[in-house]
Design a protein around this ligand. Structure first.
Ligand code: FDA
Length: 417
């Protein structure tokens, strides 16, 4: 294909990344009358929607508090997401699902899932794009992006044009949207392209790290718990100092290399390198009182007493670490029982790392929100360049909050373009 700018194809807006945010933004902008080109380097559209929520896509969360939506988001400035999230709410996306006749159901804590398959949501987004007359190039490799100022980009209303050089030819548009997502799951198409492009346009970046990710522990220290792989139980988990403590009441899952499950995925987004986690394995139970009164009434082994309140394998792993507790509970010392209660309710353990981007659901950090308008997602210093979805330094909790951010930031951008 020729690459001189006179033979370029012209669009009103080019959106890079046909994931959740890109598809939704393209559909909305197209339906508002813009001629939109949506480009993705992957063969399949919206791979993350496809694999999300165990194949059923947890597409939003009914519990999102529209008066204080930022409560469920992490970033240097979680307040940034308020404007977009309060203007495009979970109810708006639910209404869209209902217009397309897609069945959905609520699971845990306000999480809404497609009843049949995530494919229903992808089909819906593609139908919305078709309604907006969106052109989609996929797979298509973007080689470089250049911004030509107004005098060099004669076809625009004054701010210049973006020239997108691709393996399908050159495209020009007055508006460019970065919707290339985060770094998690590289094998289905995640790249650092959005961050590199942001750097090209001098947008500040917040350091990236894996979020909503299983945590790992030192091999030797993990030995007593490695045999518990597969075991799950509800816990209270927390991290941070008194000032910035975060806590979640969710299920914990033991794995061969460490801890996972919703409790750990949630806390991983707040965990800082080298900091301990505190886990109460029996939340809501006064374990000290329970063991003290069992001592007065029972002659069962300590392990059997404990196994009445937690999975037997877990009780065994715990008591195995205390020779003085391998006896009937009425023969165990008060001190040893008090120590056991303390350890079970305030288990302190320090991860050595995480499973990284190959297992993470999201990327923390990204384009610094200071560089963007919270109403429109437009870059303050680079006119008509927008960033939406996960590439921005806004990360939601587990439970549909990340897709809701993708829809809401996309809607804010489409409305402004
Ligand atoms: P998204 O990643 O969806 O899209 C980015 C697009 O950009 C991709 O299509 C990619 O191919 C493309 N791209 C990347 N580099 C490119 C390049 N160089 N050139 C062109 N295109 C490029 N969230 C939630 O709310 N509920 C859930 O149930 C789940 N479940 C879940 C499970 C798993 C396993 C993962 C990994 C993630 C989730 N998430 C989730 C998170 C959610 O998937 C994520 O936050 C959104 O997909 C982000 O939407 P974006 O459109 O920003 O990025």
């Amino acid at each position: 294909m020729p690459s001189d700018t006179t033979s370029a194809l012209h669009f009103d807006a080019v959106i890079l990344g046909a994931g959740a945010a890109g598809l939704f933004c393209a559909a909305q902008a197209g339906q508002r009358g813009l001629k939109v080109l949506l480009i993705d380097h992957a063969e399949k559209v919206a791979e993350k929607i496809r694999i999300s929520g165990g194949g059923r896509c947890n597409f939003t969360n009914r519990d999102l508090d529209v008066r204080a939506p930022h409560k469920h988001y992490v970033g240097q400035n979680p307040q940034f997401c308020r404007s977009a999230l309060s203007r495009y709410t979970p109810q708006d996306f639910i209404a869209l699902m209902e217009r397309h006749g897609i069945p959905y159901e609520e699971k845990h804590k306000g999480q809404l899932f497609a009843t049949t398959s995530a494919e229903d949501i992808i089909r819906m987004l593609l139908a919305e794009c078709a309604d907006g007359g969106v052109t989609r190039w996929q797979p298509c490799r973007v080689e470089k992006v250049v911004h030509a100022p107004a005098d060099a980009g004669a076809d625009t209303e004054g701010t210049g044009s973006y020239q997108i050089h691709t393996d399908r030819g050159l495209v020009r548009a007055p508006r460019l949207v970065l919707a290339t997502g985060g770094l998690s799951i590289p094998k289905i198409g995640a790249t650092d392209f959005g961050y590199r492009l942001a750097q090209q346009f001098q947008l500040p970046l917040i350091e990236r790290r894996a979020g909503l990710v299983p945590l790992t522990f030192d091999g030797a220290a993990w030995q007593p718990y490695a045999q518990l792989a597969g075991l799950a139980l509800p816990v209270e988990i927390s991290t941070g100092s008194k000032k910035d403590r975060m806590a979640f009441l969710e299920d914990l899952l033991f794995t061969h290399r460490g801890l996972s499950g919703p409790a750990v995925l949630q806390i991983s987004s707040y965990w800082k390198d080298g900091a301990p986690l505190h886990i109460n394995l029996l939340p809501g139970v006064d374990v000290a009182q329970l063991l003290a009164s069992a001592k007065l009434q029972s002659r069962k082994l300590v392990v059997n007493e404990l196994a009445q309140h937690m999975p037997t394998r877990l009780a065994e792993a715990w008591v195995a670490q205390h020779p003085e507790l391998q006896r009937p509970i009425n023969e165990a010392s008060d001190k040893a029982l008090a120590k056991l209660a303390d350890q079970i309710t305030r288990w302190e353990i320090t991860p050595t790392g995480s499973e990284g981007y190959k297992k993470a659901e999201v990327t923390l950090g990204g384009i610094d929100t200071k560089a963007l308008s919270q109403q429109t997602m437009e870059c303050k210093a680079q006119p008509d360049l927008y960033a939406i979805g996960e590439v921005v330094d806004i990360t939601g909790w587990l439970g549909g909050y990340n897709f809701q951010w993708a829809w809401a930031s996309a809607a804010a951008c489409a409305e402004a373009m």
